[in-house]
Every structure is written in structure tokens, then in C-alpha cells.
Design a protein around this ligand. Structure first.
Ligand SMILES: NC(=O)c1ccc[n+]([C@@H]2O[C@H](COP(=O)([O-])OP(=O)(O)OC[C@H]3O[C@@H](n4cnc5c(N)ncnc54)[C@H](O)[C@@H]3O)[C@@H](O)[C@H]2O)c1
Ligand SMILES: [Zn+2]
Length: 375
């Protein structure tokens, strides 16, 4: 069954159709204070832990814990450092200890309150504590609301690489309170838009058109536009994940722009570019390559470059020959590579992509070096 979204007064609901593990994503303003009521409907145990980070907890943990208390839940707050470093086995162990101390048991659950880092970390803790307990995602960044909180991928980093330890563990509910985005730094909002635009390119030409029209409203964080657009992105991700839960085929299209994007993050040292910034450059390059390999029109490639620029995202990177070599090597190390061959997701046109496309190093170099598109 396809994912469906429908309209309540201010809240949009998207169903993620995964059989017995199906769940709902609720999107709208003011949902944090309704968390307890929604959890009560899921028939979860009475104890829970809210895992959050040092930026998010001071802002939103109180209203979340009060809502849980009102619905009869006994919650403990576990605060972890902000940023990618929290996705480590050391922090996972710290969380396990806190759960055990608070006597969480098989029917207890975890609330992940924060961005993608907290979602991945808390989801991994939930997937493994007592061989797996329930968890609820309460994403507070745009990237987490449209991407990381949906689909069930959870995990942490090792010194040798990102996301090397993980699991598939679906949440029981995702609650996106649009109001939390009011305090998100503008740079993070723009980075989230890179994933939003990606959904238009890979799946939905109408969404892309709407983004061209409404980008300013999104940058102004206009609640109705945010709610509608986030709901559409969640529907698309739900559709894709529903057809390919464990990433054996279709789910690959979500990686449009990511082969080059991950390599940029890797060679420039994690932290210089936000993920959304790196995949913005990656998507513009993938569009150029698509023009050569799949005859995508120059007009479509232009529109793609233009919308990323309008979102305030970088679309080009200046690399020395040495850096370029490193980038090609990093692309080969990406875990999406199979049998040594780099496979790209490329676009035929805005709204339609094909995965598993072979691309030569030369094409990548050309796409990054020369800019046939106006800048
Ligand atoms: N599981 C998946 O499918 C998936 C998909 C994409 C990305 N990811 C992961 O997501 C992570 C990135 O997520 P992210 O971009 O949300 O980063 P993040 O979680 O680090 O959040 C970005 C920053 O914003 C702060 N913040 C969060 N919400 C805020 C708010 N409402 N107001 C003010 N500050 C706020 C955070 O403390 C942090 O400093 C990466 O680790 C990536 O691997 C996972
Ligand atoms: Zn991404």
C-alpha cells in the first residue's frame, strides 16, 4: 500500500507502510506537548528515557518530560554532547548505564529528542539494549525531520569511519514539531534544504517546482509551507523505504549527489562542510554528469544549480590536483561501492533518476572542474 498523507487542522500524518512495523509520522506546530498522549496510544511500558543533546535538551526537554508525565509515564533525561562526536560507542555505553540505573525493562521505551545525531545514537541504543526496546523519534532539525528519523537506519561511528556500526530498527512513531525549527541555526536549516531539494530531483517534479516558488517561505520558516513540504518529503522517503526497507535496490536513489558529497566530507575533514553543503555540491555535479550520460537537458541542470544557490548552499568546490586525486580515492572507499566499481544515481530529468550508473573518473573530474552552468 502506498504511503498516504492527509490533512487535519494543522497536522499532517504520513503512514510508513512496513507491515507489522508500520508507523506514523506526525508533522505540525506544537506537537511536543502532545508526545505523552501519542505514546499512551502505542501501549508502551510506563518507564522511558529521553535522550537529547546539550543544545536541544535545555530548549525542549522540559515540555517533553511534562507531556510524558501528564500521560502517566516516568521518564529520565539523558543528555549527551552536541555534534557528531556523540555518535560513539563510549556514549552508547554511557546511555546503557543510565537506562539500567533507571531500571528500564523490555516494555520501556526511548524518546530520541534532537537532530540526526541523537536519532541515530538513541535509535542504536534502543535497537540493542535488552536486545531491542521501542523508540520514538522527535526530530528537531530539518535534516532529521525529512531524512534521518524516517527509515529505521540507526548507528554510530568508529574511528575508522562513519556509521560503521548499526542496525535497522524502526521507530514506533515520529513526531515532527515544526516549532522546534525556530531555534535552528540558519546554516543548519539551509543544509536540511539540500535533502528537501533532493526529493524533488529524485522523485517529484511538482515538489521541485513548488520549492522553486516557495524557497523564501521555507527560509523564513513559514509554518504551513514547512509542514506541507516536510510531509511530502516524508511521504517520498516512506514510499521508497516501504518498497526497499533494507537497501537492496530502490533505496539507492536516496543517495543522489551523495557519492561525491561523502567524498567531499571525507577529504575536507568532517566538520568543514555540513553534510547538506557537501551533497549540494555533489548534486550539482551529478546533474552535470547526468547531462552527459543520460542526456538530461541543460535547462534542468541549470534549474538544479540555481535552486541550490538560492538556498544559500555551495554548488562548487575548488580542488588542487592532489585533492582531486584524494577525492576519487575516497569515492572508491565509500561503502556503496561494490566490486570496486563506483555506481552513481543519475537523473534523466528533474523528478526521475536511475541508479547503478557507471561513471568514469574523467566525467567526475570534468563535472567538478569545469562549470558549463552559470554560477
Ligand atoms: N539514519 C539515517 O537514515 C540518516 C540519514 C541522514 C543523516 N543521518 C545522520 O544524521 C546526522 C546529522 O544530523 P543533523 O544534521 O540533524 O545534525 P545534528 O544532530 O548534529 O544537529 C545539528 C546541530 O543543531 C543542533 N540542534 C538540533 N536541533 C536544534 C534546534 N531545534 N534548535 C537549535 N539547535 C538545534 C544540534 O545540537 C547540533 O549542534 C549525521 O550523523 C548523519 O550520519 C542519518
Ligand atoms: Zn544525506
Amino acid at each position: 500500500m502506498p504511503a498516504i498523507a492527509f490533512m487535519l487542522p494543522h497536522v499532517r500524518i504520513v503512514n510508513v507502510p512496513l507491515g507489522a512495523r508500520s508507523y506514523e509520522i506526525k508533522i505540525g506546530p506544537g506537537l511536543l506537548s502532545e508526545l505523552g498522549r501519542h505514546c499512551a496510544r502505542l501501549k508502551l511500558g510506563n518507564r522511558c528515557a529521553v535522550i537529547s543533546d546539550r543544545n536541544v535538551a535545555p530548549r525542549f526537554a522540559r515540555v517533553v518530560q511534562q507531556s510524558l508525565k501528564k500521560a502517566g509515564f516516568d521518564s529520565v533525561l539523558i543528555t549527551v554532547p552536541a555534534g557528531e562526536t556523540a555518535k560513539s560507542l563510549k556514549v552508547v555505553e554511557h546511555c546503557y548505564d543510565a537506562l539500567a540505573k533507571h531500571r528500564l525493562e523490555r516494555k520501556s521505551f526511548i524518546v530520541a529528542l534532537g537532530g540526526g545525531v541523537v536519532g541515530d545514537l538513541a535509535g542504536f541504543v534502543a535497537a540493542t539494549y535488552l536486545r531491542g526496546i521501542a523508540f520514538v523519534q522527535v526530530p528537531t532539525t530539518l535534516l532529521a525531520q525529512v531524512d534521518s528519523s524516517v527509515g529505521g537506519k540507526v548507528g554510530v561511528n568508529l574511528k575508522s569511519g562513519k556509521n560503521l556500526v548499526g542496525a535497522f530498527h524502526q521507530p514506533r512513531l515520529v513526531l515532527c514539531d515544526i516549532n522546534t525549527l525556530k531555534t535552528l541555526p540558519l546554516r543548519e536549516l539551509r543544509a536540511g534544504l539540500a535533502e528537501v531539494i533532493k526529493y524533488g530531483i529524485i522523485y517529484d517534479a511538482e515538489l521541485f517546482k513548488r520549492l522553486e516558488r516557495d524557497l523564501k517561505k521555507l527560509l523564513r520558516r513559514e509554518p504551513k509551507t514547512l509542514t506541507d513540504v516536510i510531509a511530502r518529503c516524508c511521504e517520498i522517503k516512506a514510499d521508497v523505504v516501504g518498497q526497499d526497507e533494507t537497501e537492496s535496490g530502490l533505496r539507492a536513489i536516496l543517495n543522489f549527489g551523495h557519492t561525491i558529497g561523502h567524498a567531499i566530507e571525507n577529504i575536507s575533514g568532517y566538520g568543514k562542510y555540513l553534510h547538506g553543503e557537501a551533497i549540494s555540491i555533489g548534486q550539482v555535479a551529478a546533474a552535470k554528469i547526468s547531462g552527459v550520460v543520460l542526456d538530461m537537458t541543460i535547462q534542468d541542470a541549470e534549474r538544479i544549480a540555481k535552486i541550490f544557490r538560492a538556498a544559500g548552499l555551495p554548488t562548487q568546490i575548488r580542488l588542487t590536483p592532489v585533492q582531486l586525486k584524494k577525492l576519487l580515492a575516497a569515492m572508491r572507499l565509500d561503502k556503496k561501492v561494490s566490486a570496486g566499481e563506483i555506481k552513481f544515481v543519475l537523473a534523466k530529468r528533474i523528478g526521475e533518476v536511475i541508479w547503478n550508473q557507471k561513471v568514469s573518473d574523467e566525467l567526475v573530474v570534468n563535472a567538478l572542474n569545469h562549470s558549463p552552468l552559470s554560477s
